[in-house]
Write a protein that binds this ligand. Structure first.
Ligand code: NAD
Length: 400
């Protein structure tokens, strides 16, 4: 399907940067928010993002030409000739319901609707319309104008044509567009969640300190350590995501109690200038591990200041084994094509090597052995994925 006119609903953090991704490719965007004040905030963010491009060398006249491609509105009446909508309003099912009902009423019957939801069901969102076959998830990563991945998630009723149109549109934006079947947190955040949570358990057990954990992750595969990343995104967001994953997937996602304590003490990370790290008040830059974390750790360790026994010596692999195991569970559930999994993780998280390549580099048999050893000590978080066992039994050394 030819896409000539795109609309973005919600001009917040994601909506405004998604709009920048479109205008950067010369595609006009109709941008909608609830009122002029919210719209103005979104437009100011677009101006800021374009200015930073000019500061980095883009010609001012090109930036102005891109800016002119944004039409801002507070009315759905402008939506009658839109072909493709990306919804990026607050993560609340009642708000999304109202938005999709309005879109269904005002848009052409052929228009496709996508949602940038991080956690809500695409099938449920599709059910708010009379065109569930034309509703699809398009999960961008923050900041959407820079991050290279978009997960394209069909709901139960989504047609193949709709999926293909969303994938083509993602590719037009210069992104890796990967089809991901509907599951809680989708692919990348599901795998990320296992690794982030394990980093917290390592810290709680005293297996390693904050800087050692982050350095190990960076040396192994990551552009930023898990605890520094948690500080960037906020312990409150991390806690909500961890609780959601636990509710959806059960014990292996059991949230580490550190986050709850951090939220209680308002140590949310960068936004409160204190989390796992301390931050310089002037520069807002990281200034070493936060000494106040020892209070939190002691409180969680039953106030006795005791560390739990870390019977397995800490190595970077400890952080990645749950992610690798979850990757095999995703393949088992056919969440994505095996060849898409590592590229999606690398594009979405900036990893230098994806979890499946890690597993094959370790040797699948060795990887399973390590997971089994951790399972003996730490339990459910390391219960080996049946598909990994099958690969080892069949003596396969590559994943396809
Ligand atoms: N922030 C992230 O890192 C991130 C990453 C991926 C996906 N998401 C998802 O993207 C969506 C938006 O997140 P965000 O961080 O941009 O939120 P945000 O709070 O920054 O922006 C939401 C915007 O939607 C507007 N809005 C609310 N109700 C509306 C309505 N009825 N019609 C039009 N606009 C309305 C708000 O005024 C606000 O401008 C959520 O579903 C979120 O889960 C966020």
């Amino acid at each position: 399907m030819q896409i000539n006119r795109v609309a973005v609903v919600g001009a917040g953090t994601m909506g405004s940067s998604i709009a920048v991704a479109f205008i950067g490719k010369g595609i006009p965007v109709l941008l909608k928010d609830i009122d002029q004040a919210q719209l103005d905030k979104g437009l100011a963010n677009i101006d800021r993002l374009l200015k930073s491009r000019v500061d980095k060398g883009m010609a001012k006249k090109d930036a102005d030409a891109q800016r002119a491609l944004v039409e801002a509105t507070t009315e759905y009446s402008k939506f009658s000739d839109v072909d493709f909508v990306i919804e990026a309003v607050a993560e609340n099912i009642d708000i999304k319901k109202k938005v999709f009902e309005s879109l269904d009423e005002y848009c052409n019957v052929d228009a496709i609707f996508s949602s940038n939801t991080s956690s809500l069901s695409i099938t449920q969102i599709g059910s708010f319309t009379r065109r569930p076959d034309k509703v699809v998830g398009m999960h961008f990563f923050n900041p959407a104008h820079l991050m290279k991945l978009v997960e394209v998630i069909p709901g139960l009723e989504t047609s193949q044509d709709t999926v293909q149109t969303a994938i083509s549109l993602g590719q037009t934006l210069g992104k890796l567009a990967v089809r991901v079947e509907e599951c809680a947190s989708f692919l990348v955040n599901r795998l990320l969640g296992r690794y982030m949570n394990e980093a917290l358990w390592c810290l709680l057990e005293g297996a390693a300190d904050i800087e050692t954990i982050d350095k190990a992750a960076c040396d192994f595969a990551m552009p930023i350590g898990p605890l520094a990343l948690r500080d960037m995104n906020g312990a409150d967001i991390g806690l909500a995501v961890a609780k959601f994953n636990f509710q959806e997937y059960g014990e292996r996602f059991a949230p580490c109690p550190i986050l709850e304590q951090m939220v209680e003490k308002n140590m949310l990370g960068q936004k409160t200038m204190g989390g796992f790290y301390a931050y310089d008040k002037e520069t807002r830059k990281r200034a070493g591990a936060n000494a106040e974390m020892s209070t939190i750790l002691n409180a969680v360790r039953n106030g006795k200041g005791e560390k739990k026994n870390a019977t397995i010596e800490f190595k970077a692999e400890r952080l990645f084994l749950p992610m690798i195991n979850e990757a095999f569970l995703c393949l088992q559930e056919r969440i994505c094509a095996p060849e898409d999994l590592d590229p999606a993780l690398c594009a979405g998280l900036g990893m230098r090597i994806g979890p499946l390549a890690m597993a094959t580099q370790m040797g699948l048999d060795n990887c399973l052995k390590q997971i089994e050893e951790h399972f003996e000590v730490f339990g459910e978080r390391f219960r080996p994925a049946p598909l990994l066992k099958r690969y080892v039994w069949s003596k396969r050394t590559t994943i396809s």
